[in-house]
Design a protein around this ligand. Structure first.
Ligand code: SAM
Length: 365
């Protein structure tokens, strides 16, 4: 039996199975994905592509991005197969992301097939999506019909010129049309994510919350993380959780909402509610102790943390093993190895921290 922390899955000749298949509990069900720190994993973020219709400065370079090889991109069937094994091992929420997930032509089919999966107890899984919203007017009715249950839209500024500078594309109107489509759809809770940036959009913090409220959405500010493809992140330029809260508290009475669980955002009610605002303070107030998330990149690499420098390669298991039962056992073994290798925290604040080689668009945000 293979044990210990995995640094790489060596695949040279044939495929190495990471461990004996399926850990079964006394009742004969598969046991949950629990790491060595006792964290139970319930959430799998699936990146559908590293391609994007925007080029946000904090995420992707303007030009010269090295795209993932098309031949390595997971097919619909491969994604669904991994999701099925993950659901059997206790994953209850699948979040589709990217890159921009709506650039995948099979996105509705992926949603439909993943939404059909059931937990071992027979419950429906949740299928969520993080998107820049640009193609929502076109896709949203079909996505909802296919079983999409939650939506996060990313929007950092409401000012046209600023939007063009920040995303290097003049697409603000398209994003706003996407938000309008989401509001009209009735899919709730609707969340809008904004990365707060010094000298870029910090003066819009209150305005963005007002915009979200007017669209029946929850604004969640994200501290900028060292995940840009250009490796230009500077701590001093980051707008912190405390600075965000100070701006909000100058405008509204904020009351903390208890019961965060494994959610990345801390939340507050605004002026007694019902509207709320959240902050995802990955840098200044990390929430790794409650992390229940794993990630699957578009090219079939499992990751146990956004900031991990280790990946667990599912492609050989999917493409070099011929017997279906062995493929599923290999996927499950890899999921368990990935979870077992998870460190207690992301260590952004440690002097030895190394930024992962992939940018956020290739990891899946
Ligand atoms: N294209 C989709 C979108 O725009 O939401 C999904 C992918 S995008 C990488 C997912 C989220 O990651 C977005 O909300 C984006 O703002 C966030 N993000 C990207 N790079 C980031 C960084 N360096 N720090 C914090 N958040 C980041």
């Amino acid at each position: 039996m293979w044990s210990g922390i995995v640094t790489a899955i060596p695949v040279t000749i044939g495929v190495r199975m990471p461990e004996a298949p399926a850990s079964l509990d006394a009742a004969g069900s598969r046991s949950a994905l629990v790491d060595t720190h006792g964290r139970v994993h319930r959430d799998l973020r699936i990146s559908l592509t590293d391609r994007c219709s925007l080029r946000c400065t904090y995420c992707m370079p303007e030009q010269g991005n090295e795209w993932l090889a098309r031949s390595s991109i997971l097919s619909t069937d491969e994604i669904v197969r991994i999701a099925q094994v993950a659901a059997e091992a206790g994953i209850t929420t699948f979040r589709l992301t990217g890159g921009e997930p709506l650039l995948r032509t099979d996105v509705v089919d992926v949603v439909r097939q993943v939404a059909r999966l059931r937990t071992p107890a027979g419950a429906a899984v949740h299928v969520a999506m993080t998107t820049n919203g640009i193609r929502l007017p076109e896709f949203l009715p079909a996505l909802i019909d296919a079983g999409l249950s939650r939506l996060n839209i990313s929007l950092d500024t409401l000012r046209r010129e600023r939007f063009s500078d920040l995303t290097r594309r003049d697409r603000l109107d398209d994003v706003l049309a996407g938000v309008a489509a989401a509001q009209a759809s009735g899919l709730r809770p609707l969340k809008i994510n904004a990365v707060a940036m010094r000298d870029v959009n910090e003066d819009e913090i209150v305005e963005l919350v007002e915009f979200a409220r007017a669209h029946d959405a929850q604004l969640r500010f994200i501290e900028q993380m060292p995940l840009d493809a250009g490796h230009t992140w500077e701590r001093a330029r980051m707008v912190t959780r405390d600075e965000i809260l100070a701006r909000l508290a100058a405008r509204w009475a904020l009351a903390p909402i208890a019961g965060r669980g494994g959610a990345p955002a801390e939340r507050w009610t605004i002026d007694g509610g019902p509207h709320t605002v959240g902050v995802i303070a990955s840098v200044t107030a990390p929430f790794c102790g409650d992390c229940d998330r794993m990630r699957l990149t578009a090219d079939g690499q499992l990751r146990n943390c956004l900031f991990s420098t280790t990946e667990y390669d599912l492609l050989p298991v999917l493409r070099q093993v011929s017997e279906p039962g062995l493929i599923d056992a290999g996927i499950e073994g890899m999921l368990r190895a990935c979870v077992r290798g998870k460190l207690p925290g992301h260590a952004i604040n440690d002097p030895s921290f190394l930024q992962p080689a992939r940018g956020m668009n290739a990891i899946g945000g």
